[in-house]
Ligand binder design. Structure first.
Ligand code: 5GP
Length: 179
């Protein structure tokens, strides 16, 4: 009997090239730099794991003093649909600071709205969301990111930090997973 084939790049259809991502991040960086002009310190919070690559590239295009922090929010495991339950792990002091939350993708909106609710309790001066990808057609709670890289249809995407079962995060582009 044939063994099931392991997931690989043949299961992906290209959606957003590395060049388009780079170009778009440069623009986002400019917009953020302009919007926060004069801000003494912007706290950039990377939502792990998916936003690690996006955050690393984005902060290189934000021309402001930044403090970069990390927060873990899990709602998916290895499944392709949101569980609706968000667990947040962090130890960040954001009282009276301007905070920019950096996400890989906003889908149902459950994860980001859970994080926002939690961070608001910590009394930030302002709190905005920058997401690389947005799937507004999937929304279950009202949330609209302040900065969006790309708006996409309800595809399940991987690459550029996004994974499925731990795979494909390292890819420099975004592809649609289609086994
Ligand atoms: P939400 O709570 O908005 O439904 O989902 C947010 C989280 O689900 C994202 O941070 C991401 O980890 C995961 N997610 C949502 N859509 C996708 C997708 O198309 N691909 C991958 N790899 N993860 C996704």
């Amino acid at each position: 009997m044939n063994k099931p084939r392991r997931m690989d790049k043949r299961d992906l259809r290209d959606l957003i090239s590395a060049e388009r991502i780079e170009e778009r991040i440069r623009d986002l960086g400019k917009n953020i730099t302009n919007d926060y002009a004069g801000c003494p310190e912007l706290v950039v919070i990377c939502v792990l794991n998916g936003a690690f690559m996006f955050t690393a590239d984005l902060v290189r295009h934000i021309d402001l003093p930044c403090r970069i922090e990390f927060l873990r929010a899990s709602s998916y495991g290895n499944r392709q649909t949101s569980s609706g339950k968000v667990t947040i792990t962090h130890d960040i002091d954001i009282g009276k600071r301007h905070v920019l939350l950096v996400e890989d993708i906003v889908d149902t909106g459950l994860t980001i709205s859970g994080i926002i609710a939690e961070l608001r309790n910590l009394d930030p001066l302002s709190l905005r969301v920058c997401t690389l990808l947005d799937k507004p057609s999937q929304r279950r709670v009202m949330v609209s990111p302040d900065y969006t890289g790309f708006t996409i249809p309800a595809y399940f995407v991987v690459g550029y930090g996004l994974d499925i079962a731990g795979k494909f995060r390292e890819l420099p582009y975004i592809g649609v997973y289609r086994p």
